[in-house]
Every structure is written in structure tokens, then in C-alpha cells.
Design a protein around this ligand. Structure first.
Ligand SMILES: Nc1nc2c(ncn2[C@@H]2O[C@H](COP(=O)(O)OP(=O)(O)O)[C@@H](O)[C@H]2O)c(=O)[nH]1
Ligand SMILES: [Mg+2]
Length: 385
């Protein structure tokens, strides 16, 4: 592994049977939801490493949820497990009949996490929603559980602060333990991709910069939307315009004009699921899936490899734009994009990079006012220009 590889420790915890290993297998190991029925119980901690987007390495600790193990995590193994955690993903089972006990475990684990990794992000996934939705389509139970979880987190944060104040210490900035994010999930639908994309999205370095380049590419192609997916998992990494999960009432001007707000809000997750399913079928028949290209009445779409570890989706709803043009502009952008995901530094900054505070290192093109975004794709600009 290169010295530049970033390691991010992700803890996957929650009671036995809540679906931790199933999720991990569907997202990272190409299992279908049905395949997960044959998974055995996880004994103790199952560690796996996932290389995600070149230099980002996710170190996933799937912690078996049987009582004896959990007690061990909280005592003898506490500092091994909870030190240097980037993210805790805590999985609850919505069908569990022991909510009080489940919540108590969560309480103990979050307390241990905060003592050892004050700045870790926390995601709570309330899983198996497919089983609850039939009886409770309004999701009242989910809302109640979510409120309980948030109350636990708030209490822990308050108590930590009070304890620190009493002993005359101050909790370092950034380690106060921010709010937690809660998702309703099921391994049987795209909700799982939504939650995991949200997690992984926050771990990607230079995300603001990737977004501004995607927005530039979108505008250059007169496209409606440009989205980047990670190749193996097909999780969404970033999109053009406003951040993932922006409310349709807060879209940027280009998004509003192209009617993005009227599209299905789960569209990216559905694409992830479809592509992964289709790729599996291809594997069975000995074919390789390389990409997708199509022109419909009012819209052109391409899904193409972007960098070594990512695919890009470009959607244009301007009938004058042909897919070959989208591909052409993409080719021009590709080299510069691959620098973000594969190199620890850039050889050359383009006009967009120059204006960004995210890039701390110096690179060629820093003080040249004539450098356009992005410099080496001038021909693409001219063609559309
Ligand atoms: N209906 C349904 N079953 C699930 C879901 N997630 C996991 N399961 C099932 O729950 C069982 C236990 O899952 P497993 O991943 O081993 O749980 P773990 O102990 O938390 O690792 C398996 O039979 C899975 O197929 C879900 O979202 N919906
Ligand atoms: Mg397991």
C-alpha cells in the first residue's frame, strides 16, 4: 500500500441479527439480498479492507453483536476497538422486540466511542424497514426510534461537556461529538445505497473540489446533471450543482431550469442497484459491462468510466446534444479528474483548482491568470463554445 493511502477506520456495530454483515456483503462484496440468508453469525470482529477511490482505503470492522462480544468491546478491548475511528455505523433492527435493551447497548457503545474518538462521525441505520412498512406505512415507529436515538446522543454530549467543565478541562474543538445521522434502510431496496453513499461521501478528500469540477463539466456539456459513482460498489461519490440530498426547493439555477427537482429523489440509488445487478448477470454470461449510452426523445445519457475507480453519469436534456459530444468533453476532462482520485498532489492546477481553498499544496498554474478550468481541455470548450 502506498504511503499516501488514507486509512479510514469504520466500525460496524449493533445487535446480532440486525443486518450488519448482510449490508457489508451487499455493498462491498456483490451479494444479492437473497444471498445474505446464508451468512453465518459473525464471531468477534471481522476486519476487511476496501480500497475505495484510489488512495482512500476503508478499514471495515464488522463487530459481532452477541452479548459476550459486546461486553468485551466495552471492557478489555475498548481502546483497540474505539481508537482512531473515522465513522461508527450502528445498525438497529426495526422489528426488534427489545428496544430498551437495544438502546442501552447503543448508549454504552456511543459513550465508549466518544471517550476514544471524539470526532468520529456517527450514522444510525434502522434496518429491515421492508418488514415494518407493511404494518406501518407512515413510519411512525421509525420516527419514534429515531427520536430515542437522538435523545441518547444529546444526553451523552451534554454529560461529556459537564464532566469536562467540572474538571476544569475543555473538550478540544471538533471533538465535541456532532449530531448523528439517521437512515431507514432495507437490504431489499435502494435505501441501503442511500445511507452508505452518505457515509462514504463524507470520507472523500477534496469533495468540494470534485463537485465544482463536475458542475463545470455539466455546464460545459449543457447537461442537466453529472454524477460520479465508485466503480466497485457503485455508490454515489459526488454530483454536480448542489450537494447530495439537497431539498428540491434549494437547487441551483441550472438545476431548477433543467427540471432536476421533478426527478425521482432515489434515482442515483436505483441506478446503483440496476448497474450492480446487470453487471452480475454479465459476469454469469462471461461478458463485461463497459458502460451505457442512449438517446431518448428529449434526453441523452452516458455512463462511462471516469477514472480508474469511478464511473460518471452525464444526463443532458437538450436534444441538440449528442452522446458523442458528451463523450468528447468527458475525454478532455478525464486526465485532470484522475489526478484528484489517484495522486496525493496535482501536477497542474486548473482555473477551478486555483480558486479553491481545499488544495493546500502549490502546483503549476497557481499564479497564471490565463489558466482556464480546466486548462488541458481547451478544445472541448471551443467545440461547444
Ligand atoms: N427482511 C430483511 N432481512 C434482513 C435485512 N438485513 C438483514 N436481513 C436478514 O437478517 C439476518 C441476519 O443478518 P446478518 O447480516 O447476519 O446480521 P448481523 O448479525 O448484524 O451481521 C439474515 O438472514 C439477513 O438475510 C433487511 O433489511 N430486511
Ligand atoms: Mg454478522
Amino acid at each position: 500500500m502506498s504511503a499516501a493511502a488514507r486509512r479510514s477506520k469504520l466500525l460496524l456495530m449493533g445487535k446480532s441479527g440486525s443486518g450488519k454483515t448482510s449490508m457489508r456483503s451487499v455493498i462491498f462484496s456483490n451479494y444479492s439480498a437473497k444471498d445474505t440468508r446464508r451468512l453465518g453469525a459473525t464471531i468477534d470482529v471481522d476486519q476487511s479492507t476496501v480500497r475505495f477511490l484510489g488512495s482512500l482505503v476503508l478499514n471495515l470492522w464488522d463487530c459481532g453483536g452477541q452479548n459476550a462480544f459486546v461486553d468485551n468491546y466495552l471492557t478489555a478491548q475498548q481502546s483497540t476497538i474505539f481508537a482512531n475511528v473515522a465513522v461508527l455505523i450502528y445498525v438497529f433492527d426495526i422489528t426488534s422486540t427489545e428496544w430498551e435493551a437495544d438502546l442501552k447497548y447503543f448508549d454504552e457503545i456511543l459513550t465508549a466511542l466518544r471517550e476514544n474518538s471524539g470526532d468520529a462521525g456517527v450514522w444510525v441505520l434502522i434496518n429491515k424497514m421492508d418488514l415494518a412498512d407493511k404494518e406501518d406505512p407512515a413510519r411512525k415507529k421509525y420516527e419514534e426510534r429515531k427520536a430515542d436515538v437522538i435523545a441518547v446522543e444529546e444526553r451523552i454530549r451534554r454529560e461529556r461537556k459537564e464532566k469536562a467543565e467540572k474538571s476544569g478541562k475543555k473538550i478540544p474543538e471538533g471533538e465535541e461529538g456532532g449530531s448523528i445521522r439517521c437512515f431507514a434502510t432495507s437490504i431489499w431496496d435502494e435505501s441501503l445505497y442511500k445511507a452508505w453513499s452518505s457515509i462514504v461521501h463524507t470520507l472523500i478528500p477534496n469533495i468540494g473540489l470534485i463537485t465544482s469540477h463536475l458542475t463545470f463539466l455539466r455546464d460545459l456539456c449543457l447537461a442537466a446533471e453529472v454524477v460520479v459513482f465508485e466503480t466497485e460498489t457503485f455508490l454515489v461519490i459526488a454530483k454536480s450543482g448542489t450537494p447530495l440530498d439537497t431539498d428540491p426547493s434549494e437547487l441551483d439555477v441550472a438545476e431548477t431550469e433543467s427540471g432536476i427537482g421533478k426527478l425521482d429523489r432515489q434515482r442515483f440509488e436505483k441506478i446503483s442497484e440496476i448497474v450492480k445487478g446487470f453487471r452480475k448477470t454479465c459476469q454469469r454470461t462471461g461478458e463485461q459491462w463497459l458502460g451505457f449510452e442512449s438517446t431518448f426523445d428529449q434526453c441523452s445519457v452516458i455512463v462511462e468510466p471516469m477514472t480508474r475507480n469511478s464511473f460518471v453519469l452525464v444526463v443532458s436534456n437538450d436534444s441538440r446534444i449528442e452522446t458523442a459530444m458528451l463523450q468528447y468533453n468527458l475525454n478532455m476532462a478525464r486526465n485532470h479528474f484522475s489526478e484528484f482520485s489517484q495522486k496525493p498532489s496535482l501536477d497542474r492546477k486548473c482555473g477551478l483548482c486555483r480558486g479553491s481553498k481545499e488544495l493546500k499544496y502549490e502546483a503549476e498554474g497557481d499564479d497564471d491568470p490565463s489558466v482556464m478550468a480546466w486548462d488541458d481541455c481547451g478544445r472541448g470548450l471551443q467545440l461547444l463554445g
